[in-house]
Design a protein around this ligand. Sequence first.
Ligand SMILES: [Zn+2]
Ligand SMILES: [Zn+2]
Length: 273
Amino acid sequence: MFLSDFHTHPVFGDGNNTCREMIEAAAARGLAAYGISEHSHMDYCGDGWVMIPAGEREYKKEMRALQSEFSDRIELFVGVEQDITSGSPTDEYDYVIGSAHVITVGGKMLHSAVDSSKERASAVINECFGGDALSYAEKYFETAAAVAKVTKCDIVGHFDLVNKYNEADHLFSTADPRYQKAATDAMDELLKTCRVFEVNTGAMFRLGRTERYPQNWLLRYLKERGADVILSSDAHQADAICYKFAETEELLRQIGFKRRLTLTQNGFKTIDL
Ligand SMILES: [Zn+2]
Ligand SMILES: [Zn+2]
């Protein structure tokens, strides 16, 4: 199978391996193309999981040097996962993954990401949404709907991240019409600006989740609207690169996708499924 992966994190943010270690691992796995997409700087960052401004400069410099050094072994791309609240410029990156990690309640940005912990998600639902978990999910999708316009991303990242700690619908029902309307309204809005969504296996590796971002019903929704997809691991360590990509490719075939995308120096290229 053609292997490439463009959503991965090194130690500049919250990853566990250096850029070099991640690239060595990708080359050893036989990836045809590989990208690192560290978290853009955010003025707020309670958890310290994003790059600081000096780190962004260092990251770009180091990655460009590695790009030359590894040019005969693997095609490397220097990317960024740009949060919707980040003010950092993206023009020096080869590609941009646009994501929403935090929500604003009553005009105040919550100082924790929706993917920080299960306990935190429950606390926010109780403290800020009076225990109404669906309102919390609706607020997330309201934010996520603007990701493509604000970040001008090439790829929409982990579309339904709010579902991370919701295995078996433990926090809220993803079958509830309110949830489904919020999600599909956000997807429709994003599709007006960006037609490429990642299929992200990060929570399968980290939490043993059974579904990807987006959930299977949302992948079907994307397929029906003629959107394109690209496989992403959201790896925060070298051994998570391309995690469950073969299974994911099979799932995409079952859903009816005829192709997926990969990146080249001249933009996206299609891979037949
Ligand atoms: Zn993210
Ligand atoms: Zn990520």
